[in-house]
Design a protein around this ligand. Structure first.
Ligand SMILES: C[S@@+](CC[C@H](N)C(=O)[O-])C[C@H]1O[C@@H](n2cnc3c(N)ncnc32)[C@H](O)[C@@H]1O
Length: 282
């Protein structure tokens, strides 16, 4: 079958399964298999797919039909202008989390230090920790996650970008392994979804993404509360804290930071105008 016919066939199959972005999804799979950009697919219209290529793509379309997110099916995702391996071991990085990287890089007093120690709590794919390690090569970046499979994926991604040997990967509950005053910066996109909202999340999230990456108790602040209390102890004076939060959690998280003794507490909005990032200084 040629590329054009395959694109039509798979788009129709996905449309029949109710996918609103059927053409884009089928196009992304084909472009990935052919090693081109989606916009370049028309240049390959008449190219015949090899039987093995067709079988692989057909199996991938079935996975999409069953509701699996495109990024897991492709096995990769773009974050902060780089491509990261991505599978069911970790949450799919979201575009708004790039703002968290920006916020972390905004702590100029931290990056002026000769070897600042930085912890990314709940590293998942490692997208934040690795982006920081690449942007600030002098930093000592620790990727922490309670999930061993997520950490294994983070390590694979760090190898992909040549920073695995200069980072450390720690399986732990939040900041337990660090001594008081040891860290110059803590960055985290922790679980922050209230348990009662779990059932109303889209099915692909509920069925395929790890629940422990998202669910954070009755008000969604279980992890953030513990994390902020621990961060106040583990940061060195002048250290920075940058957190991603739920869209309605800005005032409460800012209050928690102030109560824990943080100064210069700022809530920043995402591309849709929702509160999304909170920063503070110890
Ligand atoms: C929202 S995901 C963020 C993943 C990645 N940093 C990102 O932004 O795409 C939260 C991560 O926190 C981890 N996590 C949950 N509870 C934790 C805990 N108590 N200590 C350490 N990590 C935890 C989960 O395994 C998950 O990888």
């Amino acid at each position: 079958m040629d590329v054009r016919s395959a694109l039509k066939r798979w788009t129709e199959l996905l449309q029949a399964a109710g996918h609103e972005e059927a053409a884009a999804e089928a196009g992304s799979l084909l472009a990935h298999a052919l090693g081109c950009r989606r916009l370049e697919l028309p240049l390959h219209d008449r190219r015949e797919l090899l039987p093995a290529q067709f079988a692989l793509l057909d199996a991938q379309v079935r996975r999409l039909q069953a509701g699996e997110p495109l990024q897991y099916v492709l096995g990769e995702v773009e974050f902060y202008s780089r491509v990261f391996a991505c599978d069911a071991r970790a949450l799919i990085p979201r575009p708004e989390t790039e703002l968290l990287v920006e916020a972390a890089l905004g702590f100029s007093q931290v990056w002026k230090k000769p070897r600042p120690k930085v912890a990314d709590l709940g590293a998942g794919t490692g997208c934040i920790a690795i982006s920081l390690a690449l942007a600030q090569p002098q930093a000592h970046v620790c990727a922490v996650d309670i999930s061993a499979p997520a950490l294994a994926l983070a390590r694979e991604n760090a190898r992909r970008y040549g920073v695995a040997d200069k980072m450390i990967f720690i399986q732990a509950d939040l900041l337990a392994p660090f001594a008081a005053g040891e860290l110059a910066l803590i960055v985290s996109n922790p679980p922050y979804v209230p348990t009662a909202e779990w059932g109303s999340l889209p099915r692909p999230i509920r069925d395929f993404e790890p629940r422990n990456a998202l669910d954070a108790g009755s008000d969604g602040l279980d992890v953030l509360r513990r994390l902020i209390a621990q961060a106040a102890e583990k940061l060195a004076p002048g250290g920075g804290l940058a957190l991603e939060i739920g869209e309605d959690q800005g005032p409460r998280v800012a209050e928690l930071l102030c109560a824990a003794g943080f100064t210069n507490v700022v809530v920043k909005k995402d591309y849709s105008g929702w509160d999304r990032i909170v920063t503070g200084e110890k």
